[in-house]
Design a protein. Sequence first.
Length: 218
Amino acid sequence: MGLSDYIGRYWVGAEAIYAVILAMTFTSVLRTYIATSDASYFPLIYSALFCCIAWGIADGSFYVWERKYNLRMENDIIDMCRSKREKDAAISLIGEQLGNTILSNMAADKRQKLYGDLVVHLAAAGKKEAVSAGDILNIILGTTLVSTVAGLTVIIPFFLIEDMYFALTISNWLGISLLFVIGYYRTYEKDLFERLRSGFITAVIGMMIAAITVMLGG
């Protein structure tokens, strides 16, 4: 299974976006950098990369935690659906889980009828197995890899180009381009214009967040 099978394509893209913004925030500090030695700014570059790695590990751990919580709740709902005395509680929990989805566009009475039908179907459904060690490893390694690769894309020019300010310019363009690509492929829409629009908006919002973070001292 790919990472998107665990956390969804939307959040896989979000992980990459966060890492790009994080790395760009670090490297933006170099705009006011006064050189004291040829390699003295590299601790900051390494810090940016290590923060991206740490971000991936932390987020992966939270996704595992969320997955375990949701799995436990889903299995509890199935148990409630099977119990005649707890069907009302099951309907209430199903409503909480689905109330903020597309079903919120339906009339309340029709939603309640649908929830009642779901209770019948869920009572006959099998319960999911616990989150396996393999799933945990895939989620944490997956988020770490996505975050690391995205951050590395932003900082790689500093290892290849001697002129720090030129490397910073290339780094910024790589970050902006990566934000655009993520936004382009992240949208569910197939229309080329909408994909380009999504990429452009993602790049602009990412740059704005990075700029605001720098201005606030982050």
